[in-house]
Design a protein around this ligand. Structure first.
Ligand code: NAP
Ligand code: MG
Length: 505
């Protein structure tokens, strides 16, 4: 592609894509848009209660839009208290009359069936996820959807083996689970919540995020088509108020929430003394530590993956780069070069590295932090790639020479913005990594296995990666310390969160 005119809808680039000096070497990528022809999206979506799609009792709806175009996709039913009551009643009925009486092996078959249909409809789901939430199709296709299916497969396997899961103790389900999820991994978060809950014999009422309800509603169709008994899974769409009604409902036995620390605190307060079980997966501000003995090129890839994956809308994002002073110059120079090759734009283009910011509100929040970082004295660096005119975009950004007291170091930005600091000794690096109210995740880059183990064992975070970043697996527990939450999802720990262990008979 030698034409220097930017594709339609793109602002003229200050510099050519992939080249820092603005010259054109004729090696730009041709557009590679994923076709949406076979994806059926309705104009209107209802609540999924007792196996059927229904309007809200008071008929209210809200809009979900495509953040890459700002265009409305559909009207979605807005669940009020009466609808949440109906969903919880359906879940209770299904629990008492059907699901808790079903042979565990049969329960497992339904969960397997959901996993299989997720795979079969994978392409449609990936496109829907990218349309509704703005993430690059490569990520929805290669990460979100396969991992969502993997969670159903993994927990399906446990359904008839609960007696072996926790040897010496029996295990019974908790009852009705009320679950609330965020917008950054819409279908995957729904899978994290629903798969262990129903495999363990519970029934659920799930509320997806307001800006990304569509894949959860497609999952509802899949659950219905898989023949799962009505009421085992109920999906109520709406905003924060609907979420509050779900978690505070008196007939909910277990609350599972993923979202911000702020809302997590509200929920924990509201649940105090209620006797409900709960797990909270909250925010993070993870350190990615690069030591002088690290393989620099690999570390740079890991830094990029750590903070720019999913536009940085990742609770466990490596949003603080701590790099040892002796290699800081080389690492940062290579990082800037690599960042200049990142393509920001159409989420449905297979070349896109960074898609749209999920909503206007989130873009406003990120832009506020860009101003704060600069005002506090950190040195901003932003890449020069073109971005489309319409939609919500943020170029990959660094804050160099950031210090520990800066808000861009302390607070979760939830965007493609990386705060960069340096350290001299191993102890200083560890102290800086731990100097945050959060404790969700972290990364260590070193050529020395012993050093990686020593450092990771001293960082207080639930998930730590060595010489890699953002690797997820349904068998591995995930969750935080400190203000990053309480409880674990994934693996056996994630199963345990939906069971009441009891003395073996
Ligand atoms: P959020 O504002 O806390 O929202 C999360 C969910 O809670 C949404 O469905 C939201 O509804 C709902 N909600 C809002 N107020 C509520 C209330 N008072 N009671 C019950 N539910 C309520 O978080 P977000 O901005 O969407 O998501 C980003 C945050 O999630 C980040 O902090 C990120 O770190 C965290 N996160 C954590 C993990 C983890 O596993 N630790 C994973 C992913 C994300 P609406 O948004 O629809 O209004
Ligand atoms: Mg949307």
């Amino acid at each position: 592609m030698t034409d220097s005119t930017p594709p339609t809808g793109l602002t003229a680039p200050k510099l050519r894509l992939g080249l820092r000096d603005g010259s054109d070497d004729g090696w730009g990528y041709a557009p590679a848009p994923e076709s949406t022809d076979h994806v059926e999206l309705r104009d209107r979506y209802g609540l999924f209660i007792a196996g059927e799609f229904t309007d809200a009792a008071d008929g209210r709806t809200f809009e979900t839009a495509n953040p890459a175009t700002e265009e409305k996709i559909a009207d979605v039913a807005l669940a009020g208290d009466a609808d949440v009551d109906a969903a919880v009643a359906a879940a209770r009925h299904a629990y008492d009359e059907v699901w808790s009486k079903l042979a565990p092996r049969e329960r497992g078959k339904y969960v397997y069936r959901i996993a299989r249909v997720l795979q079969e409809r994978g392409r449609e789901l990936a496109i829907t996820e990218s349309l509704d939430g703005g993430k690059p199709i490569r990520e929805s296709r290669d990460v979100d959807i396969p991992l969502a299916a993997a969670h159903f497969f993994y927990y399906a396997g446990w359904a008839d083996k609960l007696d072996y899961a926790f040897p010496g103790r029996g295990a019974r389900p908790l009852g009705v689970a009320g679950q609330v999820i965020p917008w950054n991994f819409p279908l995957l978060m729904a899978a994290w919540k629903i798969a262990p809950a129903i495999a363990a014999g519970n029934t659920v009422v799930l509320k997806p995020a307001e800006t990304t309800p569509l894949t959860a509603l497609k999952l509802a169709e899949i659950i219905r088509d898989a023949g799962v008994p009505p009421g085992v899974v109920n999906i109520v769409t709406g905003a924060g108020e609907t979420g509050a009604a779900v978690v505070q409902h008196e007939d909910v036995d277990k609350v599972a929430f993923t979202g911000s620390t702020e809302v997590g605190k509200l929920i924990r307060r509201a649940l105090a003394g209620s006797g409900k079980h709960y797990t909270l997966e909250l925010g993070g501000k993870a350190a990615n530590l690069v030591f002088e003995d690290a393989a620099v090129d690999q570390a740079v890839e890991g830094i990029v993956n750590g903070i720019f994956f999913n536009q940085g809308h990742v609770c466990c994002a490596g949003s603080r780069l701590l790099v040892q002073e002796s290699v800081a110059g080389e690492v940062i120079s290579k990082l800037k070069d690599r960042m200049e090759t990142l393509i920001v734009g159409d989420p449905l283009d297979k070349n896109t590295d960074i898609g749209a910011i999920n909503s206007r509100a989130q873009l406003d929040k990120i832009e506020e932090y860009l101003e704060i970082g600069e005002a506090e004295g950190a040195e901003p660096f932003q890449t020069s790639c073109p971005v489309p005119e319409r939609g919500y975009w943020c170029r990959p950004t660094l804050f160099l020479h950031a210090s520990q007291s800066h808000r861009v170091v302390q607070e979760e930005i939830f965007g493609p913005v990386l705060a960069v600091q340096t350290f001299r000794t191993v102890d200083e690096g560890i102290a800086m990594a731990n100097n945050t109210p959060y404790g969700l995740s972290g990364g260590v880059w070193s050529d020395k296995g012993a050093k990686a183990f020593r450092v990771t064992s001293r960082i207080r975070a639930g998930v730590l990666w060595a010489n890699t970043y953002n690797k997820f697996d349904p068998t591995a527990p995930f969750g935080g310390y400190k203000e990053s939450g309480i409880g674990r999802e994934g693996g056996l720990a994630g199963l345990h969160a939906y069971l009441q262990p009891e003395a073996a008979a």
